[in-house]
Ligand binder design. Sequence first.
Ligand code: T4K
Length: 389
Amino acid sequence: MKAIRCNVDLAINGAPPAFTEPVHVGRPNIGNREAFLQRVNQILDNQWLTNNGPMVQEFENRIAKYLGVKHCVAMCNGTIALEIAIRALGLEGEVIVPSWTFVATAHALYWQGITPVFADIDPATHNLDPDAVRRMITPRTSGIICVHLWGRPAPIAELQAIADEHGLKLMFDAAHAFGSTYKGQSIGRFGACEVLSFHATKAFNTMEGGAVVTNDNELAEAMRLMRNFGFKGYDNIIHPGTNGKMIEVCAAMGLANLDSVDEIFSINRRNHAAYKQALAGVPGISVLDYDATERNSHHYIVIEIDERCSARRDEIVAALHAENILARKYFWPGCHKMKPYRDLFPHAELLLEDTRTVAQRVVVLPNGTSLQLQDITTIAAILRVLAAQ
Ligand code: T4K
């Protein structure tokens, strides 16, 4: 292995980085390329490119079957899927969400004139803490959007009990959780509905894409109308709507990748185990683990850097970048610290102590089918040196 720089300053001294090409978090997993290209040819032959075409219909059926849920309403991306679900559920006023999530969760509400109210997380799981959710309920609260962060299922039963007790709607941002289970049942069937993202950076991708999955017939019907301008047949608008449609090429990518999804997850699982083993015993660095009794795509390699580590989190990220390892500080600094929400709630931090601690500690490392085991050994060796400096 090449010499490892121990800090960013040494990078200035001209040593070559450990990786000649950048190793990215979020490198897309590409499944069966031939199957995809064949489907693209079929689309061109069909001359049907979008607007609920045959590939989208096949994709929806396959996803619904895979998850064991009645309806899959495919959309152009996860953010629009969140927005449409929020509207279809009639959320208004205030909705409780975690701050520790990708900003799309909060934006999907705020964009529609609804106030996202941030509740704290459980630092052990990074998911919403039900007690913190209770504390944020006001007379204006209409719902809860909980995120299954890193694909780890949220405390679904506890949140459903709170929602029932207070007459609130509960939906899930399951952008990270395609393929995860909760008590052995696939994520996708819980709450009023669950929203998936199939963005290029997700374990399972359609390039861009998303979906709302639900067992509620009426809700699914409303969302199908909303994603296509409210059209019911030619010239007949029966509902307000927008353009949330998935295109045929994205569905083709999804169908090709669906054939490879078990293999993708098993490579991720192998990589996660390799990281855990290679980083075992490194002072102040711990790898977030997944529940061995549940299924998870193991897509996110999340490490936490605590005070026992001699390097600070930001120094570690800078040093990794200098080695061409493009690690990320997802989801630093937390939505409540991002300008639109900081302006809205300047004192939010006072109630988000665990969010603040976790946001200062997390680094997400590269994973996916393009990563080799040797790459993991190299990344872990660099982290060992950084932690021991
Ligand atoms: N809810 C949650 C909890 C989410 O995490 C997300 C999306 C959503 C909702 C919304 O779903 P979508 O509307 O996106 O379907 C990326 C993704 O764009 C975003 O989809 C994802 N979460 C978020 C966690 O990550 P950025 O700003 O980090 O993207 P960017 O451009 O910095 O790319 C990330 C990394 O991936 C880079 O290292 C480059 C690499 N990459 C990216 C693309 C697109 C590639 O190697 N190839 C590629 O094609 O947001």
